[in-house]
Design a protein around this ligand. Structure first.
Ligand code: CO
Length: 299
């Protein structure tokens, strides 16, 4: 145990601070959202509120509805409003690059059991977390609960480690029993995110794309692209950002250039089969001596 990291170190305090801000924003967001709420309005509200509380968005607010599992988000001039849908809000907050990541499903579609399936799967997963637990064991707990409800876990989406200015690092935490994986150690910071669905349990890429991240920093000639790249490297660094966050003219041109040169990559919306529904629950944890600390739980 002599090698265990000091969990009172500044980086962990910042993870905790990000988690507290996230929990508060999530709680208020759930109270505010109703059928008819505009995507843009709730997204802008969440960003402002995160900043008021002393954090920064760790990634754009994901609003994914019905068969969409992840990476839905408000676009510039987005006119959409929440309907009688199953709505997943995935929220990211960072404090000096140290992240919290959590999600909640708000259901206006009348399928409470599907929501419960992912929430109970998350609770079961959190119960398994302690030093030495294999990530496959966590996935097995998730799969068992979702199976018990008669639904499928989405198997090609996983939980993940949270690095500094890096929203997706090793280890992956599967949503099913898996042989491959690693054992968690004290001090690991991990987001666990079960998705439950009445569909086949495999998402594919859709057409809409609102979220991007820097991939390779290299010089570009196009003026708009250069301007966008400057803002990306200064403000978002390697964290995901929204198309609507870029203060450049002809943002579509800028992003197309940056993508063509592999400077940034996009995160297209990820969807189950049309007509199916997906629910999601997610918390961020710090692995401790005797279990884990959930940084994104409401006080
Ligand atoms: Co998340």
């Amino acid at each position: 145990m002599a090698d265990d990291p000091d969990l009172s170190a500044e980086r962990y305090e910042k993870h905790r601070e990000a988690g507290e801000i996230l929990a508060q924003v999530r709680e208020e967001l759930v109270d505010r959202v109703e059928v008819g709420t505009s995507y843009l309005e709730i997204t802008e509200w969440s960003e402002e509120h995160i900043r008021e509380l002393g954090g920064e968005p760790g990634f754009p607010l994901n609003i994914s509805v019905d068969e969409e599992a992840a990476h839905g988000a408000a676009g510039p001039d987005d006119a959409r409003a929440i309907g009688e849908d199953m709505v997943k809000f995935d929220i990211g907050v960072h404090v000096d690059g140290w992240l919290a990541d959590a999600a909640v499903t708000v259901d206006f579609s009348g399928n409470p059991e599907l929501v419960e399936a992912s929430e109970e799967a998350l609770a079961a997963a959190l119960d398994t977390v302690e030093p030495g637990v294999h990530t496959g064991e966590i996935g097995s707990a998730i799969e068992e609960v979702i199976d018990g409800y008669g639904y499928n876990p989405v198997v090609n989406l996983t939980g993940h480690g949270l690095g500094h200015w890096d929203q997706h690092v090793e280890p992956n935490v599967p949503n099913r029993a898996a042989q491959q994986g690693i054992e968690l150690s004290v001090g690991d910071v991990v987001a666990i995110e079960p998705f439950a669905t009445d569909g086949p349990g495999k998402v594919r890429e859709g057409a809409d794309e609102q979220i991007y991240a820097l991939e390779n920093e290299r010089s570009v000639r196009n003026r708009q692209a250069r301007q966008a790249l400057k803002q990306i490297t200064e403000e978002f660094r390697t964290l995901p950002f929204a198309k609507r966050w870029l203060d450049v003219d002809r943002v579509g041109v800028a992003l197309r250039r940056l993508k063509m040169q592999d400077v940034v990559h996009g995160y297209p919306v990820l969807k189950e089969q049309d007509g199916n529904l997906v629910s999601q629950a997610e918390h961020t944890v710090i692995v401790t001596d005797d279990g884990c600390e959930v940084t994104t739980r409401s006080a």
